[in-house]
Design a protein around this ligand. Structure first.
Ligand code: ZN
Ligand code: ZN
Length: 287
């Protein structure tokens, strides 16, 4: 039995390798299976699955959905989803539309504040990639409205500042329902980014998510400390959740993370994939 990596990004979101490149790379690394889990999109799955089929390598269709949550960030992984599901496709399109409206709205707000800025200038600053607040900051600095990034964020761009527009996100319940509706298995990604300190608080959150249809926890993750792994494992065992893991590899060399091994110490057995498949079968029987 070989090893797997169930958390990977491609050019369909913010990764560097195309879906086919990633699949060939993982195969060359000697892994048995991977999952492609791009942020809020299924656009890389068709290509990745086709390449897997072509070279005889197992690719699990996945997604990583950002949910509305504070103080930290909540990412919900959906595995073995039916990515042809019409409802899923529609909802992801809604999300994308909302994202596309965000940047022009921030430009409008800045103009209302008396700043001479156009959307084209911000797009040019991004160099053709995904447009984000750092590019707004670059334009504000270049035009002399602020001295540096810190000032740009403090005065205009940070959450609560006058030019800030909130990112549209699904609620945790919506994200889980969306995954379940597409016959996928919903897993709480890297719990250490939730910003929760107390063990009791995390446990209560998980109990609530289970009621919505959560089936697993991403226990193994490069940023998890060994005590966090122990904590998440115990929670999974207590509530009958499956345990998954992955490297969150984006293809960027400087992160010092590689497919299948993370920082060199990660070895995730294929039994994780079997547990996902079992869980999917069980939930489709009970529906
Ligand atoms: Zn994430
Ligand atoms: Zn990720």
């Amino acid at each position: 039995m070989g090893y797997v990596d169930l958390h990977l990004h491609t050019t369909a979101s913010d990764g560097v390798k195309s879906p086919s490149e990633l699949v060939r790379y993982a195969n060359a690394k000697g892994l048995q299976a991977i999952s492609i889990t791009d942020h809020d999109t299924i656009d890389g799955l068709e290509e990745g699955m086709a390449e897997g089929a072509r070279i005889g390598f197992e690719v699990i269709p996945g997604i990583e959905i950002s949910a509305e949550y504070s103080p930290g960030s909540m990412h919900l992984l959906g595995y073995l989803i039916d990515f042809q599901n019409t409802f899923l496709k529609e909802r992801l399109k809604d999300l994308q539309r909302a994202r596309e409206e965000r940047n022009p709205r921030m430009v409008e707000k800045l103009v209302q504040l008396g700043i001479d800025i156009t959307y084209e200038e911000v797009v040019n600053a991004s160099g053709g990639g995904q447009v984000g607040r750092p590019h707004f900051a670059q334009v504000l600095i270049a035009k002399g409205y602020v001295r540096n990034f810190q000032e740009a964020f403090d005065r205009y761009l940070k959450k609560g500042a006058p030019a800030y527009v909130d990112k549209f996100r699904f609620t945790p319940a919506e994200a889980i329902h969306l995954i379940n509706d597409a016959r996928g298995v919903a897993v709480l990604g890297h719990p250490n980014t939730l910003g929760i300190n107390g063990a009791r608080e995390l446990e209560n959150l998980i109990i609530g998510l289970i009621k919505q249809g959560l089936k697993g926890i991403e226990v193994y993750y490069p940023e998890h400390s060994s005590s966090e792994v122990i904590q998440y494992k115990a929670l999974a065992e207590r509530y009958g959740l499956i345990m998954t893991g992955g490297t969150d590899y984006h293809g960027i060399e400087k992160e010092n993370i590689d497919v299948g091994v993370g920082r060199g110490e990660m070895r995730l057995p294929y039994s994780m994939v079997e547990a996902l498949k079992r869980t999917k079968d069980e939930s489709s029987r009970s529906n």
